[in-house]
Structure formats: C-alpha cells, structure tokens
Design a protein around this ligand. Sequence first.
Ligand code: TYM
Length: 327
Amino acid sequence: MKRRVFSGIQPSGHLHLGNYIGAIRNWLANLDSRDNIFCVVDQHAITVDYDPDALREGTRQAVALYMACGLDPAQCRLFVQSHIPEHTELAWLLTCITPMGWLERMTQFKERVGPRRERVGTGLFAYPTLMAADILLYQTHEVPVGDDQKQHVELTRDIAERFNHKFGEVLTVPEPVIPQVGARIMGLDDPMAKMSKSATGHHHSVALLDSPDKVRKTIMRAVTDSQQGIVCDPQRPGLYNLLTIYQALTGLGHAEIETHFAGKGYGDLKKELAEVVIAEIEPIQARYRELTADPAYIDEVLATGVERLRPVVDATMDAVRRAMGHR
Ligand code: TYM
C-alpha cells in the first residue's frame, strides 16, 4: 500500500513562486511512490471578503495550473473541495471536539485578524477545523506544505488523536512534510514578510502566469541591502531569499552557488535568477494555455476525481457517523 498524500491551495489570487517552491514542487517529487490527492480549497477562500465570479474563475485557473505544473490526473486525484460536501460535514463534527483555546493559539489567525477581531466571520476562526477535515477525510499519511501551514497540520494531528481517544480508532494521524529549501519564500519587495497571494505591492511576488518581462522587472527591483558579495547568509534576508529561490530551482548547494557568483554583484545574481525563473515557468504557461483551451477536459478531470474519491469518503464518513452516534 502506498502512503497517501493530501494537500491543497486556496484559489484566492494568482499562485506564486512561494506556492510552487513551498508546496507544488514537493507534491511532484514523490508522485510515483505515493497515493496522491490534491485539492483546490475553494471553501477556505470564502472565509474573507471575496467576489463569487472571481472565485469561480480562480478555482478553474488553479486546477489548470496544477495540471500545467505536472500533476497528471493519471497519477493523482484532483478535485475541488466544494464538490465533496462531506468536507463541511466532517468539519462541523470536528469543530464540536476542538477547544477554543487550540484555535486561539493559531498564529495565522492572529496575524490575519489583527485589530478586526470583532468583525471577521467565525469561518476565519474555525478555518483550521475545515483544513483538518480535508486531511482526515482521506485517512492521509503525509501533508506536504510550506512552513506557514505546519501549525495547522499539527493541530490536525491533535484533533485526530482527540477523536480517536473519545470515539475509538477511526482517523489516521497525519504528518506534515516541510521542504528543506524554500519552506518560506519571502516577499521580493519586503524580505521580512512572507510572499503571499493577498499582498498588494506591485513588485511583491512572481506569479506562475507572469510574463517574462514582468518577472525580470520584479526580480531586478527586489529589495536587498547595500553590502557586497554573494554569500548564503540568513542575516542578509533580501539576498538570502533570492539565493533560496535560486537554490530551490537549480538544485545547487550553498558552496556551489557562492563559487558560481564569486566576484559578481547583486545585479548579476538578479539577472541570472530572472532567467532561471522564466525557464521554469515558461513550459508551465505553455501547458496552461493548451489546457485552458479545452474547458470540457478540466470538467472531466474534476468529475473523475470526485468519482474516484467517493469510496474513501463514504468509508470514513460511515465510520465517523457510527462512532459519534449518528447511526
Ligand atoms: P495557501 O493557499 O496559503 O498556500 C498553499 C501552499 O503554499 C505554501 N506557501 C508557501 N510556501 C513557501 N513560501 C511561501 N511564501 C508560501 N506561501 C504559501 C503553503 O504553505 C501551502 O502549502 N490552509 C491552506 C490550504 C489548505 C490545505 C488543506 C493545505 C486547506 N486545506 C489541507 C494542506 C492540506 C492555505 O491557505 O494554503
């Protein structure tokens, strides 16, 4: 039996290099040796203000991008969260066994809510229980995510253990899988802030669908410092972030990178990095254009994904409903 992998991305805004390096590339790395399930989590995207038409469009774009990046439907089950209503059913059941204190400790909630605490929807607070439901519904072993989602996967483990303790061994306790390089790509306009889909700065991120010209402009303007020399030093966060992206995409080690750039300056690094990024995303963009030219194919992939997930969804929910006294 192959170990089961589950992961997902919110379709809110354009997928960027952080999502690609922190998540998608690590899903691709083990496709052959795992039982793969990848989801576009459109119900997480409604926990903040949003536009329904943009959500519809963004969800299809994300599915096409998954495939364009190399997630072959023959090797994984691809689907949209809202197409399987059991995600929200299980989320409610798990919400009822999740203490408020556990959710209050979630750093992502604290960061996102800031002073607006009294006004945000309760969905934003309960968001990690929906994420736990996504993962636990499929009896998942491994959850490959970036560093910012690690705490949510650890909470999912706690919820699964609590469920099993209260109601009997029903749920598989999953493990987070965090990449060695690129688990937290920072904003190109501000290396102290995580690269994020919701940031508004024009030169904040590189989206997977950005034109070569836009990629060059964004990377050439990346914020660094006024020091000299190209060294892999985390104390120089702007430079370190560029080198991390370079390292993740070329596979070179720190020593090789430092030798390669010996005697060169920031401008040289930025120029070369832009070309490395463009070479990585151009084939993705070409496949994306082909895939989106045939919307019926995307619908078919999504319908097949749901059909192939039905047996595991029914089995988990049957066991959960019985264990909790609903059957
Ligand atoms: P989301 O949509 O914010 O991000 C999707 C994936 O990309 C990773 N990521 C990053 N990695 C490195 N550097 C960055 N700057 C960066 N920004 C994002 C994230 O860690 C994530 O792996 N709650 C999740 C989506 C979700 C999910 C799930 C994930 C819902 N249910 C079940 C796994 C399993 C989220 O908002 O990710």
